[in-house]
Design a binder for this molecule. Structure first.
Ligand code: MG
Length: 275
């Protein structure tokens, strides 16, 4: 009888350890980074740093008719009216509240809950973005938002932006699927803007907001960032996003099927200088 009780007790202990371990594994992926986004003064300082620097460069870029930040820009562009292009999520607006829900609900990202969040129009402005876009607007620079939010929820996105004080002109929000050929790759949409405007600056939280970088390795991504070393902080402005993005997809080999396998890949990617 004693042995049986001991076995049951051990089994219960093991099960409870397993449950808490799984919860901990899950939370570990984004809990710290979401808290950092929501609480760190350092994060706000970084976004202000990016947007303040951009604001200073606006007049330089405006006066130099050879200045263009778009790889899709084709000659002749010197006389085209000026524009800037911003990504939205985690560049101009903060969706860490959705991430917090995912963590607290022990769920994961999915397009239904994401679009519901977009419909609430409750994202908050990232520090510095409203000021920068309004300064551009005052200077007569068109402001475009190229976002991978779905076209079907674009009215809610526009409502959210307007309520936060962003300048939103007709056609300035270019959503994923908004026109034929407008895929999540963003190149086509940048091309449309570059056909009619001289693009002074790009703002994003993902390499793909600046240059096509789909499906390439971690090393290739870093090389690509280095190719444009002189553009960062002058023509291209990147905002921190430790929660998600193509950097994360580049971690995996494509052979992982379970969360445990993904966790193992993440651990394998750590460098500790010991071997
Ligand atoms: Mg983004």
């Amino acid at each position: 009888m004693k042995i049986r009780l001991l076995t049951v007790a051990l089994l219960l202990l093991f099960t409870s350890c397993q449950t808490s371990r799984q919860a901990a594994d899950y939370s570990n992926n984004t809990l710290s980074s979401t808290l950092w986004l929501q609480t760190a003064a350092e994060y706000e300082a970084m976004t202000l740093q990016a947007y303040n620097t951009a604001r200073m460069f606006l007049t330089v870029a405006l006066e130099d008719s050879t200045w263009s930040a778009s790889l899709e820009q084709e000659d002749p562009y010197f006389d085209k009216p000026p524009a800037i292009i911003l990504d939205l999520d985690e560049t101009a607006i903060d969706n860490s509240f959705y991430e917090a829900r995912v963590i607290l609900d022990k769920s994961g990202f999915d397009s239904v809950t994401w679009n519901n969040w977009v419909r609430e129009a409750e994202a908050e402005a990232i520090k510095g973005a409203v000021e920068l876009t309004n300064r551009a607007d005052e200077l007569g620079i068109a402001v475009f938002y190229i976002t991978n939010r779905d076209a079907e929820v674009q009215p809610y996105t526009e409502q959210n932006l307007l309520e936060l004080g962003f300048p939103v002109a007709e056609g300035s929000v270019m959503s994923n699927g908004g026109q034929p050929g407008w895929t999540s790759a963003k190149t086509e949409r940048r091309k449309v803007v570059a056909e009619n405007y001289r693009v002074l600056m790009l703002f994003g939280d993902d390499l793909n907001d600046f240059v096509p970088a789909r499906g390439i390795s971690i090393e290739e991504r870093k090389k690509l960032a280095e190719v444009y070393a002189d553009w960062w902080g002058a023509k291209w402005f990147v905002l921190p996003n430790p929660n998600y993005g193509s950097w994360e997809r580049a971690l995996y080999t494509g052979n992982e099927e379970s969360e445990a396998e993904m966790q193992q890949t993440r651990l394998n990617r750590l460098k500790d200088k010991r071997n």
